[in-house]
Write a protein that binds this ligand. Structure first.
Ligand code: NAD
Length: 254
């Protein structure tokens, strides 16, 4: 029996089969879950990628900046499952000008976009799913350690710092409904989102060397496993937490 046997899970953020969300969806199905996906923009691409999962999974459209998409999400998900036990937020975006060393010159409009899509949407998604989580459940988001200033990450780093705070406030407000809220802080992975960061190579070069456990930039499975574990019954008293899945880099100075 898998650790998500019988659970109903909504996974956002599948774009390619390199997406962290793709690994989460695959492992969740392998562990017994029924999975519903959401996609943004290129829906036919997401539908094609979804066919590579062990079982078919419906794909619903969700742009987290679109109020109508959010307002109708629970009803649309409800056409496929009678409730949700887990929700995965695997969404991030910042305009090019917000990353890559342009920190002092990024306009508010571009910063606002980064914060709306990468930070505020964690709250929007959780609240949109509440009507389906009457028996409690788990919300998990994908983080990049925001406890320090990194090269090139810039306003996305600020957005992630906000996400870490949002995680704690959501945990505070949803605990009464027996909903746990946690983040997985993954090390750098070669996904579309990562490729869009000008200068991402700086992470690629240093991370595997720095990590006590080593680090494979192409392997999304360790981060996905942590997401699956956090949605399982094996973390019943953990909320507002950040689990680092980074080969140990966060613990090392220098
Ligand atoms: N790749 C890394 O190095 C890394 C490391 C730590 C954390 N993360 C985080 O993991 C999450 C997933 O990213 P990924 O690396 O798998 O890349 P990805 O490009 O595969 O996924 C990013 C997803 O965000 C979605 N998205 C963007 N704008 C959206 C919008 N307005 N509405 C809804 N969805 C939208 C994209 O469609 C895509 O599916 C992000 O939060 C990212 O910051 C990534």
């Amino acid at each position: 029996m898998g650790i998500l046997e019988g659970k109903r899970i909504l996974v956002t953020g599948v774009l390619t089969d390199a997406s962290i969300a793709f690994s989460v969806a695959r492992l969740a199905q392998e562990e017994g879950a029924t999975v519903v996906l959401t996609g943004f923009g290129r829906l036919s691409l997401v539908e094609r990628i979804a066919k590579r999962l062990p079982s078919p999974a419906p794909v619903l459209e969700l742009d987290v900046r679109n109020t109508e998409h959010l307002d109708t999400l629970a009803a649309r998900v409800g056409e496929h499952v009678d409730g949700l036990d887990g929700v995965v937020h695997s969404i991030g975006f910042a305009p090019q000008s917000a990353m890559g060393g342009n920190f002092l010159n990024t306009s508010w409009d571009d910063v606002a976009t980064a914060l709306q899509v990468s930070t505020y949407s964690f709250k929007s998604l959780a609240v949109a799913c509440l009507p389906l989580m009457k028996e409690g459940g788990a919300v998990v988001g994908l983080d990049f350690d925001a406890s320090k200033a990194w090269p090139v990450y810039d306003w996305m780093g600020v957005a992630k710092a906000g996400l870490e705070s949002c995680n704690r406030y959501l945990a505070r407000d949803l605990g009464k409904q027996n909903i746990r809220v946690n983040l997985v802080a993954a090390g750098p992975l070669r996904t579309m989102a990562a490729r869009s960061i000008p200068g991402f190579k700086e992470f690629e070069d240093s991370w595997p060397e720095k990590a006590p456990l080593g680090w494979d930039l192409s392997d999304t499975v360790p981060a996905a496993r942590a997401c699956v574990a956090l949605m399982s019954d094996w973390f019943p008293a953990t909320t507002g937490e950040i689990v680092h899945v980074d080969g140990g880099v966060h613990a090392i100075g220098g």
